[in-house]
Design a protein around this ligand. Sequence first.
Ligand SMILES: [Zn+2]
Length: 303
Amino acid sequence: MTSVLRRTFFMFLAGLFLLPVPCHGGDSFEFRAETKRGPVLLQSFCRCPVEGEAVMLRLEAPPFKTAGAVFNGRNHSFTATGEGKYYFTLIPIELDTPPGNHEIRLEIVFPDDSRLDAPVSLAVLEGTFPSSKISVESCFTDPSPDELRRIEEERTLVTGIYRNRRSEWLGNGSFIRPLDGAVTSPFGVRRLFNGEIRSRHRGVDLRAPERTPVQAVNSGVVVLARSLFFAGGTVIIDHGADLFTLYCHLSEIAVNEGDHVGKGTVIGRVGATGRVTGPHLHWGTRLASVFVDPTSILHLPFD
Ligand SMILES: [Zn+2]
């Protein structure tokens, strides 16, 4: 079996059973250290260590005051799972991260102020991303002054929501898909709007007929439920631990801002509102200020 086939096979299996796929090619790591307070174990889990993927770090350690992992200039604090079995943090491999070895620095401060500072290496592999052409109505590429004002207000609103994040974990076990539908536009695709390169796709598009129910991919708090200029009918859920999911172009929104939703709760229905060419669900996942491939989260072991 070629390595591509083998990977496809493992991803297929993981899709069936939601098993953690060890990072390919020995990239998953396990780090152990002995401290005078006891042993420390750090393990990584991800589907594949390429740009746009989420990586989970799990930590087992003696009681500590603070524990974090510094990656790419950001400090990611470890959070206890609901069951308190272990601590974890989620790290985004941001789009455009070059392949090669990248340092993750584990920093633990114990109650007596003694510290563990340890560098661990994350080997990032080369990713491949196609380009796609999209034509939309010119009002979306050339907004009027009123529309520009609306776009700016909505940007400020959404930025404020992301800043007001909850640090505790609100999720309940592993993530599920918002609906059963094929991916029509994957994460990271370079998008050309009316012939111009505008952006890379920072979510995945799932094919589904208009009015298909959309479910929350994990439990959390609804922090936005309203219509936006580009995204149309939109719901954003805060799952805690610096992780948000968003659902766009909805024809109907079934939740209110402030609602606590469980995993699988129907939050709205598929539509074609906002900047779209037909009905579909745009599903986004924002982790520590960076959008990652939502399907990468499905492969992380939260149980
Ligand atoms: Zn999309």
